[in-house]
Write a protein of this length. Structure first.
Length: 266
C-alpha cells in the first residue's frame, strides 16, 4: 500500500487537552443493518471515530457494531447529539443514548441544533453538568453561529469544545474558521461531499494530479485546515476510500479550493 493510500489516523487537540480523531464516519441516513455494516467496515479499515445522533435512530445499531468489532471501547471516539425537542429532558435523553449505544459514556455530546433558533444557555448548563458527572467526556454544539457560541460563554463562562457545522470548499468562509480558532472551539464539518459538485473540472484536475478521487481531495482539504470531517457512507469501498487520504495538497491547491465558492460560479 503506497503512503498516500494510508488511512489517516491524526487527531486534533481540543481546548481541554484531549484528542479527537480528525476523520470520523458520519451515519446520518444510515439505518438498521446499513448503519451496523458501515460502522463495522469503518472500524475494520481503521476509523476510530463514529458520529451518530438521537435523531438518526441508529444508536442501537452503531453500538452493536462497536461491540461486535472487537475494537476496545476506549479506542473509539463516539459522538451523539441531543435533539432540540428534548431540551429540558437532557439527562433522560443522554441515558437513552447510552443505553442504546451500550456505553457508559460518550466522548462528545452535542446540542444538535439551537432550540427554536436560540442559543439556550440553560440547556448548555445541563450538558456541562452531565459532563461533570462523567457521562460525556466532552460537550459541544452543532449548527451554532459564532454569536451564539459567545452567548453561551457569556452566560456560563464555558465555550463548547466543538461546533459541528456544514462545511466544504463550497461553503468555506475564512472568518468563520478563524472565529472558531480564536475562541479555541474546534470546527467539525458535516456533509463534506454532499455539498460539493464532485465532477467540478477544477476539483477533478487536482484529483488527477495526485492520482486520487475528487472526494479524497475534498476530505484531504479538511485535514490540511485541521478541520474534523465526518463523511457518511454505507458503501464498503467508499468507506475505505474516504479514509485513505495520506497524500498532501500543495498550498496553491488549498488556496484554489478555499476560493471554490467564488470561482465555480464564473
Ligand atoms: P453512499 O453512502 O452510497 O456512499 P456527506 O457525508 O457529505 O453528507 O455525503 C454523503 C453522501 O455522499 C452519501 O450519499 C454517500 O453515498 C456519498 N459518498 C460517500 N463517499 C463518497 C465518495 N467517496 N464518492 C462519492 N460519493 C460518496
Amino acid at each position: 500500500m503506497s503512503d498516500q493510500r494510508r488511512i489517516v489516523d491524526a487527531s486534533v487537540r481540543l481546548a481541554s487537552g484531549s484528542e479527537m480523531p480528525i476523520l470520523g464516519l458520519g451515519t446520518w441516513q444510515a439505518r438498521g443493518s446499513g448503519a451496523r455494516g458501515a460502522v463495522l467496515r469503518a472500524l475494520e479499515v481503521g476509523y476510530r471515530h463514529i458520529d451518530t445522533a438521537t435523531a438518526y435512530g441508529n444508536e442501537a445499531h452503531v453500538g452493536q457494531a462497536m461491540a461486535e468489532s472487537g475494537v476496545p471501547r476506549e479506542e473509539i471516539f463516539v459522538t451523539t447529539k441531543l435533539p432540540p425537542s428534548r431540551a429540558g429532558r437532557e439527562r433522560a435523553t443522554l441515558r437513552d443514548s447510552l443505553d442504546a449505544l451500550g456505553l457508559g459514556y460518550v466522548d462528545l455530546w452535542l446540542i444538535h441544533w439551537p432550540p427554536a433558533g436560540r442559543a439556550r444557555p440553560d440547556v448548555w448548563e445541563q450538558l456541562l453538568e452531565l459532563q461533570a458527572e462523567g457521562l460525556a467526556r466532552e460537550v459541544g454544539v452543532s449548527n451554532y453561529s459564532i454569536r451564539q457560541l459567545d452567548e453561551l460563554e457569556q452566560a456560563t463562562g464555558r465555550l463548547p469544545a466543538v461546533n459541528q457545522i456544514e462545511w466544504s470548499p463550497a461553503l468555506f468562509e475564512r472568518s468563520v474558521l478563524e472565529g472558531h480558532r480564536r475562541r479555541g472551539v474546534q470546527l467539525e464539518g458535516y456533509s463534506p461531499l454532499r455539498t460539493m459538485n464532485l465532477r467540478d473540472p477544477q476539483l477533478v484536475r487536482i484529483a488527477e494530479a495526485h492520482g486520487v478521487t475528487p472526494a479524497q481531495v475534498v476530505l484531504r482539504w479538511h485535514i490540511e485546515h485541521a478541520i474534523v470531517a465526518i463523511p457518511k457512507s454505507t458503501n464498503s469501498e467508499r468507506i475505505a476510500e474516504n479514509a485513505a487520504i495520506g497524500f498532501e495538497l500543495t498550498s496553491s491547491e488549498i488556496e484554489r479550493l478555499d476560493r471554490f465558492a467564488e470561482t465555480r460560479s464564473r
